[in-house]
Design a binder for this molecule. Sequence first.
Ligand code: SF4
Length: 309
Amino acid sequence: MVVIMTDKTDYEIEIEAMADYTYKFMPENTDDPTEPILKISKSSLGTFDWCPKKYEFSYVKRLPQDQTEAMRKGTIMHNAREDFFNDFDIKKAEDMTHSEVVDYCSTLFPLDDYSDDYQTIIAFEAQRFVDARSDEKLDEFLPACNEGKFDCEIVIRADQNPDYPLSRDYVVHLQGIIDRIFKEGNGYIPMEFKTGPWKDYKATSMRKEMAFYKILIENSSDLVLKQAGLEPNIPVSHWAWYYPISNHFHCEDATSRYRVNNVNGVMKNIAKLIHAYEQKIFETKFYYKTCTHCSFFGLCDAAQDSGWL
Ligand code: SF4
């Protein structure tokens, strides 16, 4: 018997044992175990929901998108917030006054183009720390998971979405990095951090994003959860989003009938996405207000035919 020694962790072995995955998915090859299955991320599914043609340009054809100031800001502020939670020392802040906690939080953010925006986050986190201390819940102040990576495979049934029936059931690979997940009582709360302004109409898309994360967490194996800092068998009880630029924070029960509908809606959207691959048709969703900002405006027939040049 030949024994192969490996330095890989159980987590790495488990990830490698999953099927290969790709955005260049070929449904007709599904029965061939050497062919990759479909990869789905929150962003890819969101782009498909926004406009299937834009999804095809971005993810199937892998055409580059223009880098915008909003993207740059998002990357820098996400990194700053991740570092804040990695560096925050509970013991150090334990006996500080409120204003000392504010000063301490200030030292954990960088001086850059977004320093004014960090002030709102600093005030928010300092207050959260003081509240957690008076509730004797300092152990819940730091996230259980800070930018954790999740991978799982789920089955999308042929009849998952009656409006977009599939020729068969499919296994797909979901992947995502979740900004932060807090533990409160016996439940987890994924919290999405956004660096743009809040608008009430964004609640619909936020619920889709959070429902995607709920599916991702609840279908990840114990090893994947552990690697991300989570314990198995703890449900996602709530979900939340935070828009510091508008000083907007929202947290809601993730288990109500309405939120279950959000989860079902994501599963239906995935079926719709697979349907597009099966049909090899990625439709355009032209809307002049948003399409004029699309990186693929010059390549898109619907945009070219619209007269908005
Ligand atoms: S220009 Fe509009 S319709 Fe065309 S790909 Fe972009 S978002 Fe879709």
